[in-house]
Design a protein around this ligand. Sequence first.
Ligand code: GLA
Length: 740
Amino acid sequence: MLKAIASGIVLLSASFLAVAQSSPAAFDPDAKVFRLDGGNVSYVFGVNPRGELQQLYWGGRLANTDHFGKAEPMREWASFDSSYTNTPQEYAGWGAGLFVEPAIKVTFADGTRDLVLHYDSHEKTENGVDVVLKDIKRNFFVTLHYSIDPESGILARSATIENHEALSATVEQAAAAAWSLPAAHYTLNYLTGRWAGEWTLTQEKLNPGARVLESRRGSTSHQANPWFVIQAGDSQEESGEVWFGALAWSGAWRITVEQDQLDAVRVTGGFNPFDFGYVLHPGQSLETPVFYAGYSAHGLGGASRLLHHFEIEHILPRRVGTGPHAAPKPRPVIFNSWEATEMNVSDAGQMALAEKAAALGVDRFVMDDGWFGQRKTDHAGLGDWYVNPEKFPHGLKPLIDKVHSLNMDFGLWVEPEMVNPDSDLYRKHPDWVLNFPGRPRSEERTQLVLNLARPDVRAYVLGFLDKLLTENEIAFLKWDYNRNWSEPGWDQLPPLEQKKVYVEFTRNLYAILAELKRRHPKVELESCSGGGGRVDLGILKYADEVWPSDNTDPFDRLTQQDGFTYAYTPQVMMAWVTDTPHWLNKRTTSLSYRMLSSMQGSLGIGANISKWTDEEAATAKRLIASYHEVQPTIVQGDLYRLISPRNGSEFSATQTVNREKSQSVVFAFIHSTQEGRTFPTLKLKGLDPAAQYALTSIEGQAGPGTPETASGAWWMNHGLNMGEDFRGDFQAAAFRLDRK
Ligand code: GLA
């Protein structure tokens, strides 16, 4: 991303004086003020007279003629509130009198635990600026990397921490960045959940104290996602100021949102400091993940639209085309075998499903768990990545050939970082798992976590995946990860260095993914972790899509999809249509309701389609064909959450508009009609008011009197009515509008 972003930085320093003389007060030769402008955003920070780097402004874009004077630290408020802690520092070391969350905390070899970072130098980069900070006494450096996306104004920040002392130092806490907001009334939004219940948008007023969002689990987690939005007091879904951020890290992480004793807010995020310790020997350095952050004056909806486009254009791999709006291809419509056959896969059974899938218009056939080793249940086989000879006596080739003959490509499930104790791999290498020697090894789903931080484990995982992809024509891997860490020991290293596992494991995961992509550039990837346990901007640099949840109930999914899209684009949001009654909730829904729920994201079929009636197959085929026609608008357009399904809402509706404003797609859902209420008028958004748009039904009927064609102004001001017949339980309708 860093390379993709053209420079948006204006450096207001003494050297700038010669070029722009319009506001002399802004160019005090003693003041060093950095300003980044992109999209509708300006971000400004400066070096205060003590030498600390201090934030001066983050918000709506300022005029080029606006200038900032010298950064002035906040004063000591009382003898209990030092100036050092009150000043909104860009990256405060734990030292001096810091009481708020530090960006970095270090213990030096002589026991000193005081780190005070002052400005040392800076260098303009292609994309922004690198600012070097140095401890006031020691040869300990932190380089802060800043860049800004000229289009969205989304900032990318990270830090490189370097020890040039004669002895080693241990980094006990290291954030990617700290973001500051002045004292005001704010609402915090974050995403929480659990297995089969991810993506709950949680909203609360910010109060004094710290709200800690985190995973201590070694990976991103279902329970909290590394994303936040802070809304100004009066902000809503489509209005008001919001500041948002997302951390690009798939290991244990923490974001602390803290309102200090003077009501100012600081958001500090990076490696989770819990159980953290990274020893830097002389000359060594530690690179933090990137913390992205942005600003919108258009509420939560504005924030998510900025993030979606940024993810599509700067984060996701495999963008096609060139220019600022180069985007990945919409995802193929897949069939996945998991809910149809679970681990009971076989040559004949999968071929029969492939025939049925192809007849529906599916593009990709994915065989899930069960094809390898001695995998009959989840008690055995993980780690042994050879094709099970009883289920597939001639290897995978006959099935793959069959899938190709049906004009689909082939995908396969793997879970590379795990091992069952009942496997050849574990019998040969019991030392390869995370463990503390002599202590129990806690199993979850009868599996243990391989220590990917070990070079030999990394080589094994890369080796078997490379072989699998070389020997078979595989277009796609569903990369699963079905438990969290326990007993995270790494006994190859000296005791004080073992906690490096929190960094090296995830770095090796990224390195394997990068190398696989280099060797097999066409192979696409899904990040799955028992559903949405590993979704973040770090993994999305490698993964083309994610599995948001093992919960495929179409009604539950509406709320999950609502929550998911606050942070992540529908382009990556895989959504399968599965069987009814649903295995989790025992809820019965119509096929068309299930299809429309999944069509809000990247559509897949995960049902046992061998049991479908001809009528069901015809419905699915028709809707898959309709979906293919409008998919780019749905997954890459501007998303408006017109009515949220959250908080037990009776109704919900979304609308997406493509960038050209030439097409829009509307989805409307009824949970359960009560007291005969009619569906609310949908006042559409984001259309060109002067253009004419024709309305076509994808499923369901608009209300009587709805024009076939009307102006964008009509659809946005008068709105779309569904009519009185749109009532009942679990009802769904969808429409497209095309510019004439
Ligand atoms: C996880 C995934 C499922 C499926 C199973 C297979 O739970 O989320 O989609 O692949 O593993 O064991």
